[in-house]
Unconditional design. Structure first.
Length: 322
């Protein structure tokens, strides 16, 4: 994974007068070119903010509060008739919304029996999602294990997720994987597992499927000690989904608790301008979802919670979109 440097578009021009004129024009053009516009979408995931809503209600809320994409519900889509699915897609288009990333229905972190049971169902759920136009699926990895060593856990993840990726690829879908960064998480069981961007790159390389990439989360990026330079090693095709949030103030990074987060830009602890700016620079064009794990947000009425989320997401996006 690497980033191609910005193309040099200024050509040598003979003649001092002509060169001066061309340089002025090129300078203006270069300045304009350097202000890359965002391609990612502001995405509503009702589950991530504690709002209970079926797919149609989620679409209504997303459109009402200025979101540009909405998380698809695989279970809901799988139950639709052909006619109902076409009606839903027409509604999505009319509201100028795109799909975000679906959650992965396979339990790959536990027993082999549970994994095999999930894999039996995956082809049908992937087919239903494909028929509805869903192209992104995302999930998270446990940062530690009570009995599997790092190497054994790594091998198990690579084998299982390769099987998952093969099925999703057959249905035109990409798989995003999220590492969990807080030290309090990866030290919570006997054997720590991968919890940084570099380690996730290793796993993705071992899986060795072109449709596998990252679910990037600003929280995990921050708590893992990853940097802007790490983000800029990625390309658009390496990132499937993005989660956005902030961290509580006055808590050392090694003491941050995964379940205690804040809305984007609430505290300024996480450098969201740098995080989002890097996504703009690599041309990321997928969904950005707010995932604050905030009890205060969850206690609000549904529409107020969605509006509060939309306002926070817009505030963050405006850091790089003006």
């Amino acid at each position: 994974m690497f980033v191609v440097s910005r193309r040099d578009f200024v050509q040598g021009i003979a003649g001092a007068a002509l060169m001066g004129t061309a340089a002025a024009g090129s300078s203006a053009h270069a300045k304009d070119q350097s202000r890359a516009r965002r391609k990612f979408t502001k995405c509503l995931s009702c589950g991530s903010i504690g709002v209970r809503a079926d797919q149609r209600e989620a679409i209504r809320l997303a459109a009402c509060f200025g979101f540009e994409s909405v998380e698809p519900s695989v279970d809901f889509l799988a139950r639709l008739s052909d006619g109902d699915r076409q009606e839903l897609l027409a509604e999505l288009k009319a509201k100028k919304l795109a799909w975000g990333a679906a959650g992965l229905s396979v339990e790959f972190r536990g027993s082999q029996a549970d994994f095999e049971q999930g894999m039996k169902k995956l082809p049908s759920t992937a087919a239903a999602s494909q028929q509805a136009g869903v192209t992104r699926v995302a999930t998270w990895l446990g940062p530690s294990h009570g009995s599997l060593t790092y190497v054994a856990n790594f091998r198990q993840h690579a084998r299982r997720l390769r099987e998952v990726a093969n099925v999703l690829a057959d249905h035109g879908q990409r798989l995003g994987l999220e590492y969990v960064g807080p030290k309090t998480s990866w030290t919570s069981a006997r054997y720590p597992f991968l919890h940084t961007m570099a380690e996730m790159k290793d796993l993705i390389a071992e899986i060795n499927r072109s449709n596998v990439g990252f679910l990037l989360d600003s929280w995990h990026w921050h708590t893992a000690g990853d940097t802007e330079a790490d983000l800029l090693t990625l390309r658009n095709r390496d990132v499937v989904c993005v989660h956005l949030n902030d961290a509580p103030a006055s808590v050392p990074v090694d003491k941050q608790i995964d379940s205690k987060r804040e809305l984007p830009c609430a505290t300024g602890v996480i450098d969201l301008k740098t995080f989002l700016g890097a996504l703009v620079r690599i041309g990321y064009d997928g969904p950005v979802v707010v995932e604050p794990f905030s009890q205060a947000l969850r206690s609000l009425p549904a529409e107020q919670a969605v509006k509060t989320t939309a306002d926070a997401l817009t505030k963050a996006v405006d850091l790089v979109d003006k």
